[in-house]
Ligand binder design. Sequence first.
Ligand SMILES: [Zn+2]
Length: 490
Amino acid sequence: MKISFHGAAQTVTGSKHILTLNNGKNILLDCGMFQGMGHETAELNAHFGFDASTIDVLLLSHAHIDHSGLIPKLVKEGFNGVIYCTQATKELAEILLYDSAEIQTYEGNHRHHAPLYNSDDVAACLSQFKVIHFNEWFSLMDGVDVVYTPAGHLIGSAAITIRAKENRRKTTILYGGDVGRYQSVLLKPPAETPQADYIILESTYGDKRHDLTFNTIENIHKWIQKICVQQEGKLVIPAFSVGRTQEVLYALNQLSLEKRLPDISFFIDSPLSLLATQTIKKYTDQFNERLQKVLLVDDDPFEFPGLKYIESVDDSRRLTAYNKPCVIISASGTADAGRVRHHIHSCIGNANCGILMVGYCGAQSLGGQLLSGYQTVDIFNQSCEVIATTGQVQGMSAHGDTDDLLQFISHQPVEKVKGIFLVHGERHVQKTFAEKISLKGYKRIECPAMHEVFELPLKPKRKREHIPTQHTTTVHAVRNNTDIGNRFQK
Ligand SMILES: [Zn+2]
């Protein structure tokens, strides 16, 4: 058996990992899009680094685009196997993938390059989805069983355990997907997972502790008071439509229940957010205990007076010209794409306005640049001076921090775990996190590079291989040619 890493390798987007069995079957774990990596993004998304037609099956952990966004391209390039996921993931992925196709068509026209896929490609890939239930083992193929357990990161999100029997040897691999928090605002904590030999673990916040004393609701309130009440300006909150927007709505709803919201308008400028909120509301069984209690007294924790959804492009355009104090929540969360860029563009030069980030922003993303204190940023090929107040509300991440991640693997006995592969994290974060994991007694921790291949069981002195990035190279080719990587390393 081999395992190879084709995205989220020493970076935080583009999750794609392949288990290659000795019989040549390839199991793909997630098929995410790279996002917010500056000029490299398009090139990284253009080529998988493996042949899509060699993939036999796809196990999808959750709907976020950095885990699902290249599925239509995978199908377009020849993958015709089954895509397994939970019901909520299927529904959210459908919403997100159609939106992704629309963004690409729009940006493709704007930047004069072909989109990776269109809405027809999305429709085609959706026919390959197959819904499975949490906590029920199912047979993936001869000798391979799989179970999805709740990961607490997003409605429908799962950690995936794969049990493969080859030559009478059983190997269990746990792929954590994105691991949620044990004190999530909305969701139940991650569930315990079956004992594994190898763990593929995300590490986004592996070197950080979320400040549990930080009061998100109070901070959002302070920003609204300062920008909208005292300065009578507009507060733009870039937020991903699925997950983060609902967390912001939940916070605003709490303030509304306490009658602490000013009499201004709150706009959700994203048709996607409306769909996502409607979908998320259906899965109350995945909400945490606190939210279950809120539901007893408030049947809609994401809705409050003054909230308006903007759907049409014309209404969105009109909103950029709206000059009364208001809060605008719009996607994307890193401000790299979507309608929010128009709102930032219209507010960034106004000292009375504010731009409030509420989630992780890669350093190269527009949100990251604003948080780094850039004095000018490039929006729509224009250099814009940053005059508006910019800042970040801490503590709203859907990703577990160092303690959450350690808790997630804490029931995995150190003497039984043969290796941990850290993915979905920046290199310097992974280095710190690897040291923390080592202190717990886990012995073999790897931080795979892009396209790196590992043979399982891991040998004491492993031989490193690299798959070239050319899309013509197949996983089979690499499996049978251990020298191929060396030719491309220079
Ligand atoms: Zn995610």
